[in-house]
Design a protein around this ligand. Structure first.
Ligand code: ZN
Length: 259
């Protein structure tokens, strides 16, 4: 499903949206002096037209992107199809682990793959085999950060990750439980493509508020779901990257810079 803020028929971004986003970013810079921003694209593993298009935008601006790869979706063949993105000159792409199978195991409450419904052993088993699988396929290109599916996981999961040598975790802004000491928290503030507002206007208002919060944080995290992007969503993504790239006080980073 495409979020209500994007209209498939539009071929440009309305002027008032551009102005409002720019104003929010500049207010943030005025208040905080400088900012770091990171983009995180979830549900990576299956090559597609949208995936290629997203990668092309980041290549065009040579902007860092954190790619959350689902281990069970990644194969050697798919990795080979993405070969160009692993080239040395494209090392601003930061590949990392996104769950194991992206499967919900909770029987009540919100979806989680690594939530309280599972035993410590089950959690460790899936984390280990996911990590081993990615290591064998992508090896040296991996950064030791974990993005749990649906942006949430249990404390037990984070303890396992820490013992396995992971350095960071990325969930939604304000997520609990807090990450244990030694595992850095890289929250995402801005949801570009899985917004639930029925009215576009409300959606834009909330999105601006998310950018404001992000600009007030050590690093503003922006979440991408390429499979839910239409033409206007691509136009907005490019506008954001171009906007951020235009300020000396803003640095677009990846987890590699933050861990
Ligand atoms: Zn996901």
């Amino acid at each position: 499903m495409i979020s209500s803020i994007y209209h498939a028929s539009e071929t440009h971004l309305p002027r008032q949206i551009k102005d409002a986003v720019k104003l929010t970013v500049e207010k943030g810079l005025k208040a905080h002096g400088k900012a770091m921003v990171f983009f995180r694209a979830d549900d990576i593993g299956v090559p597609s037209k949208n995936f290629e298009q997203m990668m092309a935008v980041f290549l065009k601006y040579r902007a860092p992107l954190c790619l959350a790869v689902v281990p069970a979706w990644m194969t050697r063949q798919r990795r080979d199809a993405m070969e160009d993105f692993f080239a040395k000159e494209n090392d601003f792409f930061c590949w990392h682990m996104h769950g194991y199978r992206h499967m919900n195991h909770e029987t009540k409450g919100k979806n989680q793959e690594f939530g309280p419904a599972r035993s410590s052993r089950e959690l460790l088993y899936d984390l280990s085999r996911g990590n081993q699988r990615l290591q064998s396929i992508m090896g040296k290109h991996l950064t030791p950060v974990f993005t749990p599916p649906w942006n949430r996981c249990s404390l037990e999961t984070m303890k396992h990750l820490k013992k396995m040598g992971f350095k960071g975790i990325s969930r939604s802004y304000g997520s609990l439980p807090a990450a244990p000491r030694g595992l850095k928290d890289f929250p995402v503030h801005v949801d570009l493509h899985t917004r639930k507002e029925k009215q576009a206007e409300k959606g834009w208002q909330n999105l601006l508020e998310e950018i404001r919060k992000g600009m007030a944080s050590p690093a503003c995290g922006i979440m991408i779901h390429h499979m839910r992007m239409n033409n206007q969503a691509f136009i907005f993504l490019e506008y954001l990257i171009k906007l951020f790239s235009g300020y000396k006080q803003i640095k677009i980073v990846s987890y590699t810079d933050l861990i």
